[in-house]
Design a protein around this ligand. Structure first.
Ligand code: BJW
Length: 234
């Protein structure tokens, strides 16, 4: 087998499920409780900003009350130990990878604990509700929105992600349904550039077919086992 040096790990809502954060598309998930078009599109925000701000205010509050789980901790351990290139590309807007101690993390769909000013484009760390329309610390306008990527918007740092995928020897996808692009297409990009591909998910996902290997189970069990094996001296 090819020597593994460069790793890209894509994570989704499933890795935070065991911390108590709702996923989107599972039974009882966020998209059963809210219409996507209402709360996760720029058009929905333009129609009813109050509704959207309250949706994200509740999630911002909730995320500050939960803790990283064994899967986040295992990836943080891998990040500390791995001497080759490693990038954790997360679709999640929570900060649980960082709180577990991971450093090489990229939030392609933004962050709940950040606010983006629609007026001056500045970003600010934010822990409080936005529905009260606070002034932007940069320009003073009451124009702050959640710093997240909605449908129809461009995910963050795509150039950096594709550059890492091009160099990857191993691409691992954890806890994501493979329903949302461009993230759902990364496995095919990685394969095209010669990476080995592995999926760790509760069930087979929409993209399972594309992976060399797909393992089913809870992230809190599968991820520590995979990391332990990877770090085992050969
Ligand atoms: C467990 C578990 C446990 C549970 N252990 N596992 C090509 C074809 C068709 C459409 C498009 C296309 N390209 C683009 C589009 C349009 C669109 C899109 O994808 N639409 C789809 C509906 C088809 N994409 C966009 O608009 C994106 N922008 C874009 O493409 O710009 C142009 C562009 C083109 C090319 C290159 C670059 C740019 C933007 C997408 C933005 C997505 N935003 C959201 C909301 C973010 C803010 C927020 O959090 O509210 O991101 S939607 C939501 O879905 C969120 C998530 O990050 C994302 C993915 O969800 P995820 O993480 O996979 O969660 P689930 O719930 O779906 O799955 C959880 C999985 O975990 C399940 O499989 C469970 O089994 C598993 N699980 N418990 C392990 N304990």
């Amino acid at each position: 087998m090819t020597q593994i040096r460069n790793i890209v790990i894509l994570t989704g809502a499933g890795i935070s499920a065991e911390s108590g954060i709702d996923t989107f598309r599972d039974a009882g998930g966020l998209w059963e409780q809210h219409r996507v078009e209402d709360v996760a599109t720029p058009e929905g925000f333009a129609r009813d900003p109050e509704l959207v701000q309250r949706f994200y205010d509740a999630r911002r509050k909730a995320v500050q009350q939960v803790a990283p789980n064994r899967a986040h901790e295992a990836l943080a351990q891998l990040d500390r130990a791995w001497e080759g290139e490693l990038l954790i590309v997360t679709q999640n807007v929570d900060d649980l990878h960082e709180r577990a101690g991971a450093r090489r993390v990229l939030h392609m769909h933004g962050e709940l604990l950040s606010a983006l000013c629609s007026s001056c484009d500045s970003r600010h760390e934010w822990r409080e509700p936005l529905s009260e329309r606070p002034a932007c610390p940069g320009c003073g306008q009451p124009a702050l929105r959640p710093d997240v990527v909605w449908f129809g918007e461009m995910p963050y740092q795509m150039d950096r992600i594709y550059a890492a995928i091009r160099r990857a020897d191993l691409f691992v996808s954890i806890g994501t349904s493979g329903a949302v692009y461009p993230a759902a297409g990364f496995v095919r990009d990685a394969r095209e550039f010669g990476a080995r591909t592995l999926e760790l998910n509760l069930e087979r996902s929409e993209g399972s077919y594309w992976f060399h290997e797909s393992r089913q189970g809870r992230a809190g069990e599968l991820v520590p086992a995979w990391v332990e094996h990877l770090l085992m001296p050969s």
